[in-house]
Design a protein around this ligand. Structure first.
Ligand code: F6P
Length: 356
């Protein structure tokens, strides 16, 4: 009987359950009998040996269920060698739990930081497989992370809803889309929702260019939609050295970037200006069809890797093929929106302003 540990770590997303279901179905078909040790609330459960013993049937009916049946939490990698508040040393405790339970493998569904920890555990000798989770789509080495498409769908729907009310009231809306470090969701949803301006963390903006684009749009259509990623920054701040930049950003008294941009719009335009933030709805609800499709395939690949005892691997999507790469290829690197991305070029052809 194979004994497989599993955990979900970091911010949740729509297809965590679907991916676990895919993995367990694959394991059941490849091994016959399998016992799953589902750690509660991410790595915390592994540290404290807090788990649910699960059977394959416990994963039945989860394909379309959002969230995670195991619970999740954040355990930043930069603090991995700092003890827990009660003094427990994290890595030794995780290794002990793994050994005490006589696990054959540990499957980690997580984003960047969580995959760094997974890689560390693999270096410490545990049999680890990583699965690329995050709505942000920013894990290096994969074309796609599960959760991304569902988040785009939610954000696009939010833009659609704002579009009609913005048009009725002839208003300017600033919509804030998730993504502190990368702007993938904002880029995709912004284009899909027909935004007039898209502001990404990777492309610092010049507010004068944004004014110009909004002015043109308001003249033509009387309303405008600006989609801004959580981490978008103006050019003058972006060019400061890291320390000064951080200090400058920390000085802001706005609740978030959308409010700051809305205020800048108020300085320039007479129109009504409003802010709309879909926030965590972008991570909630059911996974869409594409996320279910790809999560099922990611899960199958994880099961195959365990069968082959091919550990220390991260499951990824490359050119529409689900494959596995060594964890060290991805760990510690972010996948930013590349500035020569064709989608940006296409969007500019459509007249969308990036403020650059
Ligand atoms: O990493 C996923 C993500 O949703 C980001 O897009 C967002 O910036 C962040 O998590 C929000 O984190 P929290 O759930 O801790 O508020």
């Amino acid at each position: 009987m194979k004994r497989i540990g599993m955990l979900t770590s970091g911010g949740d997303c729509q297809a965590l359950n679907a991916t676990m279901r895919g993995t367990v179905k694959g394991l059941q078909n490849l091994f016959g009998e399998v016992e799953i040790y589902g750690f509660i609330d991410g790595y915390k459960g592994l540290v404290y040996g807090n788990y649910k013993k699960l059977k394959p049937e416990d994963f039945s009916g989860l394909l379309a269920k959002g969230g995670t049946i195991l619970g999740t939490s954040r355990m930043p990698f930069k603090e991995i060698d700092n003890p827990m508040p009660d003094g427990t040393e994290k890595v030794p405790a995780m290794k002990k739990t793994y050994k005490d339970l006589k696990l054959d493998a540990l499957v980690v569904l997580g984003g960047n930081g969580s995959q760094k920890t997974a890689y560390r555990l693999s270096q410490e000798g545990l049999n680890v497989i990583g699965l690329p989770k995050t709505i942000d789509n920013d894990i290096y080495g994969t074309d796609y992370t599960f959760g991304f498409q569902s988040a785009i769908d939610v954000a696009t729907h939010a833009i659609d809803c704002i579009y009609t009310t913005a048009e009725s009231h002839s208003r300017i809306f600033v919509m804030e889309i998730m993504g502190h470090k990368v702007g993938w969701i904002t880029l995709y949803a912004g284009i899909a929702g027909g935004a007039d301006v898209i502001l990404l963390p990777e492309m610092p903006y010049d507010i004068k260019k944004v004014y110009k684009a909004v002015e043109k749009r308001v003249k033509e259509k009387h309303f405008a939609i600006i989609c801004v990623a959580e981490g978008a920054i103006p050019k003058d701040i972006a060019k400061l050295p890291k320390k000064e930049r951080k200090a400058k950003l920390a000085e802001s008294t706005y609740p978030s970037v959308a409010y700051e941009i809305a205020d800048k719009m108020r300085e320039k335009f007479d129109s009504d200006i409003r802010v709309a933030i879909p926030g965590h709805t972008q991570r909630g609800g059911a996974p869409d069809a594409y996320d279910r499709f790809i999560s099922s395939r990611f899960g199958a690949c994880a099961a195959e890797l365990i069968k082959k005892r091919d550990f220390g691997k991260l499951v990824v999507l490359r050119n529409n093929e689900v494959v596995a790469i060594p964890m060290e290829e991805s760990a510690g690197r972010l996948k930013y929106v590349d500035l020569d991305n064709q989608a940006i070029e296409n969007a500019k052809t459509l007249g969308i302003c990036f403020g650059d």
